[in-house]
Ligand binder design. Structure first.
Ligand code: NDP
Ligand code: MG
Length: 388
């Protein structure tokens, strides 16, 4: 029985992880659940899964959750610091990091410091401070098992292989809802259009990142740190059907891929059960439903965020951290209809120019770079010169 702390349990990944837990009651038990402000769903989940503790990081929601769970033997905590404590508990065997954005960094680091294996959905953690996260994990001998479907695919392809045998990895990207579109179309795109992803149902932030291809840029950086790759070893290919979840090419020219229907429950289950592979009743891929699978080169010119992220990966230092912070701010502003689709790339580019480069940042410097980038991005959003 693995006892889980599920951070971000009310999100897209969190709720699907709880579906996996519910389907395998003899394998998994919930020790901790966390949400930011969705008190109603957190309360419902607590009733169903009877964890030892819940954390609602938004302090305004504490009373509501505390009151609703007062008849149950469930501890209720509030505030972001509480996350860092509960993940360290003796009774936690694994932490699923499924909080969105930079907000997930500290609790993931706290879990690593306590020696807890991590099922990592929160890709921003590695984009912001991948060198520090992976170094701490190595020092503590903590496995970091990817949940992101592409990285889960690569991880599965690498079982039984050595790092030296990898030539390169090829991340697949669906291309999002605007695949094939050009700038003259994108200029008029609104949040409601960008939130319609063709293959995946996900949280709002990653859905916008998928429409701009920033998601694939973040995933390149995530892959670099997770698998210890050189920048040149990471490639992206558009694959609109999202059936091949990524490829590894080996030094002898062999290509391995992991295939399946687009369903996050599979990589979630793989990470939670690792090193075991367990059965399920998910719908199976059928070749008759997909007589062709398409692959094409990404359009770096139209989807500038992919080029910006690749560039940040090559520059190294705090660049990816700065880019990530600016991206979180512009995505938030775009979702509020404050800026246009193309302005997101304009603002990120400008913020990258404005924040000083640091070659080998400390954790404190990463945190400071994140704050500076957010401030600059908010300033640019406010000036409102980015209408398109
Ligand atoms: P959602 O927006 O659906 O869920 C985010 C979760 O984090 C919610 O539980 C939310 O709580 C919580 N949360 C939000 N802000 C904070 C905060 N400041 N402090 C603490 N908790 C917070 O996101 P997803 O589930 O889509 O994504 C989660 C992570 O997984 C992201 O990093 C994403 O990139 C990654 N990922 C997601 C995939 C997917 O299919 N969804 C696929 C691959 C990776 P509340 O509900 O109360 O707001
Ligand atoms: Mg992915």
């Amino acid at each position: 029985m693995k006892r889980l702390a599920i951070l971000g349990s009310t999100g897209s990944i969190g709720t699907q992880a709880l579906d996996v837990v519910a389907a395998h009651p003899t394998l998994f038990e919930v020790e901790v659940l966390s949400a930011h402000s969705n008190a109603a769903l957190l309360i419902e989940q607590a009733h169903q899964f009877q964890p030892n503790a819940v954390v609602v990081t938004d302090p305004k929601k504490y009373d509501e959750v505390k009151r609703a769970l007062s008849a149950l033997p469930i501890k209720v905590f509030s505030g972001a610091d509480a996350l860092n404590e509960v993940v360290q508990w003796e009774a936690v065997d694994m932490v699923l990091a499924a909080i969105v954005g930079f907000a997930g960094l500290h609790s993931t680091l706290a879990a690593i410091d306590a020696g807890k294996p991590i099922a990592l959905a929160n890709k921003e953690t590695l984009v912001v401070a991948g060198d520090i996260v992976m170094q701490r994990a190595a020092e503590k001998n903590v496995p970091i098992i990817p949940v992101d479907s592409e990285h889960s695919a690569i991880f599965q392809c690498l079982v039984g292989e050595t790092a030296e045998s990898i030539d390169k990895i090829i991340l697949t990207a669906s291309g999002g809802p605007f695949l094939g579109r050009k700038t003259n179309f994108l200029v008029n795109v609104k949040a409601m259009h960008a939130l319609q992803h063709p293959n995946w149902t996900m949280g709002a932030k990653i859905t916008i990142d998928s429409a701009t291809l920033m998601n694939k840029g973040l995933e390149m950086i995530e892959a670099k740190w997770l698998f210890g790759l050189k920048n040149e070893q990471i490639d992206v290919i558009i694959h609109p059907e999202s059936i091949a979840h990524s490829f590894v090419q080996f030094i002898d020219g062999s290509l391995k891929a992991q295939l399946g229907l687009p369903d996050m429950k599979l990589p979630i289950q793989y990470a939670l059960a690792f090193p075991q592979r367990i059965s399920n009743t998910h719908k199976r891929f059928d070749f008759k439903d997909f007589q062709t699978l398409k692959f094409e080169a990404p359009d770096y010119k139209t989807f500038r965020n992919l080029a910006i992220a690749k560039d940040a990966m090559f520059k190294g230092g705090n660049m990816a951290c700065v880019m990530n912070a600016a991206n979180e701010e512009v995505v938030h502003a775009f979702l509020q209809n404050q800026i246009g689709f193309l302005s997101m790339s304009d603002i990120i580019e400008e913020v990258i120019q404005k924040v000083a480069f640091i070659n080998t940042p400390t954790l404190q410097e990463y945190i400071a770079s994140d704050a500076q980038a957010r401030e600059q991005a908010q300033e640019l959003i406010k000036t409102n010169s980015y209408k398109h």
